[in-house]
Design a protein around this ligand. Structure first.
Ligand code: ADP
Length: 488
């Protein structure tokens, strides 16, 4: 089978660098390009958000699509050589800011309508009987915003195949039955084996129940979500669909995240010139008004401020260390946005330790690169982590991640006790402030052994996180489905 026999439509709600709230955007920005490099014919479709339209050249008009929920204008642009279709409708084109949340950090009240409309548009593009001149053999959907697509396509005759990738099972797009009815979505989907979920209608369940294949973004998370602890109520269905469920570890964009060429950082370096990394630490300390101490271990955090990410544990661990064993030689640089309570607690911590703790509440791409380059250890004490990207970025920058043994973190980080041949970070067994605090102190201790530290940095920097490997797994999955359906 030749890869150029594969015609794939990527349906997603975020796309780096145009619109990003998290890892989903990075995957949808990178994977299509990697697939194209394997000669797959791939196009991406996203909502035409105002902020996106404002930053790109005016896209070309393709068609008007009359859909049950409204009329949308389909336009086309390109990103890094990949064709991107934009679904323009005032629900997207008239609203600035975060794609899902208002400035008050609340979901937009009409999210169900917005993403139901987007899903209808994707189905229309995918419909092989439609007027659009290009039709995919397979629609690859991502997260709850696109979960309705496999469900709606299941009602069409001769519809393309579907893959549903779960980037985060906790965000489900659940709505009341009343709201579902107000959207006039098909009644026959609202069944126990379909969208119905504990008396509600669930968009993400559409992807899980109806897609030909489901995957998550790391092998360990694929296992974890069949269990009650991580399954978010979907574990029964996921267990039932286990034969169609797999985990494919994300790659990262090796051009964007490359300490040898990174334009955002003070001093470029490689594994062979790792001593230059220290200049980035000083630069970061200066920028954030931290004490300019090269020997103080600098912990970095870049994160959505959410309970998932264990930011509360960082605060608790820091306070616990301060009360039990004060004046340890470490600092904390945190960049994040999200939960206002966590924000207030972090601000308090920074006020109490102005030369040792710096917090920036923003979404700042440039500063995120500076933290990756300047920190010694990157903290990710997540309660669950479908894949996680920052631990892989950290490895690239010789910054050792300290993580919980969950999801993609378990698949990528080897603890220093695994032996210096493979150690590339620090791993705690569960998301717990006491464990985190003692592992932070452990890192401070290990930091004094420069030879051992450099070996771990070399191990970290030699990891291969290119998209080529992940892309070949996706191609195998697409091919298997289409061969089963006798499409190719
Ligand atoms: P998630 O998708 O759960 O938020 P990931 O680790 O998969 O977590 O991806 C998060 C991505 O978003 C990374 O690229 C990270 O660097 C970026 N990011 C998160 N918060 C910020 C921020 N405040 N400023 C800049 N980049 C951020």
């Amino acid at each position: 089978m030749k890869h150029n026999d594969l015609h794939i439509l990527f349906a997603c709600s975020e796309l780096t660098p145009w619109v990003k709230t998290g890892g989903l955007a990075d995957v949808c920005g990178s994977l299509p390009r990697a697939l194209q490099q394997h000669n797959v014919d791939v196009r991406v479709v996203i909502p035409g958000y105002k902020d996106v339209l404002d930053r790109i050249q005016p896209p070309a008009f393709v068609a008007l699509l009359n859909l049950p929920l409204g009329t949308v204008t389909l336009c086309q642009s390109t990103l890094n050589g990949v064709d991107v279709l934009l679904v323009n409708h005032e629900l997207f084109t008239n609203r600035t800011g975060n794609p899902y949340m208002s400035d008050a950090d609340r979901p937009w009240p009409d999210n169900a309508l917005r993403f139901a409309l987007f899903s209808q548009a994707v189905c229309e593009i995918a419909n092989r009987a439609s007027e659009t001149e290009w039709q995919p053999d397979l629609v690859h959907c991502h997260d709850w915003q696109t979960g309705l697509i496999p469900a709606l396509l299941s009602l069409q005759i001769d519809a393309p195949a579907t893959v549903f990738t779960i980037h985060n099972l906790a965000y489900q797009g659940n709505i009341t039955m009343g709201e579902y009815h107000r959207l006039h979505l098909p009644e026959e989907l609202l069944v126990q084996d379909g969208l119905e979920f504990w008396g509600q209608a669930s968009f993400i369940k559409g992807g899980i129940a109806y897609a030909d294949r489901i995957n998550t973004v790391s092998p360990t998370y694929a296992e974890e979500i069949t269990d009650r602890e991580f399954g978010c109520g979907m574990e029964g269905l996921l267990l039932h669909r286990r034969g169609s469920l797999s985990g494919i570890l994300n790659g990262i964009d090796l051009q964007t995240w490359n300490p040898a060429t990174d334009q955002h950082i003070a001093c470029n370096y490689t594994a062979d010139t790792i001593e230059l990394k220290a200049k980035n630490k000083i630069d970061l300390q200066k920028q954030l008004n931290l004490a300019p101490e090269p020997d103080a271990l600098l912990f970095g955090v870049i994160s959505r401020l959410a309970i998932q990410k264990g930011i509360d544990l960082v605060i608790e661990a820091f306070k616990k260390i301060e009360s039990d064993t004060p004046d340890q030689n470490f600092q904390l640089a945190l960049l994040g946005s999200g939960d206002s309570t966590l924000q207030a607690q972090l601000e308090e911590l920074a006020d109490a330790h102005p030369k040792r703790v710096a917090v920036v509440f923003d979404f700042d791409e440039k500063l995120s690169h500076k933290i990756e380059a300047g920190a010694d250890v990157f903290l990710m004490p997540s309660r669950y982590e479908p894949c996680g990207l920052n631990q892989m970025y950290s490895h690239r920058y010789g910054t050792l991640p300290l993580v919980t043994r969950v999801g993609g973190l378990a698949d990528t980080v080897n603890d220093y006790t695994d032996g210096l041949d493979s150690a590339n970070g620090f791993v705690i067994e569960s998301a717990d402030a006491t464990l985190l605090g003692s592992e932070m102190l452990n890192a401070v201790e290990r930091f004094r052994d420069k030879a051992g530290w450099h070996q771990m940095q070399r191990n970290a920097m030699s990891a291969d996180y290119s998209w080529a490997e992940s892309a070949s797994h996706y191609i195998r999955m697409y091919s298997d489905i289409l061969e089963e359906r006798n499409v190719i």
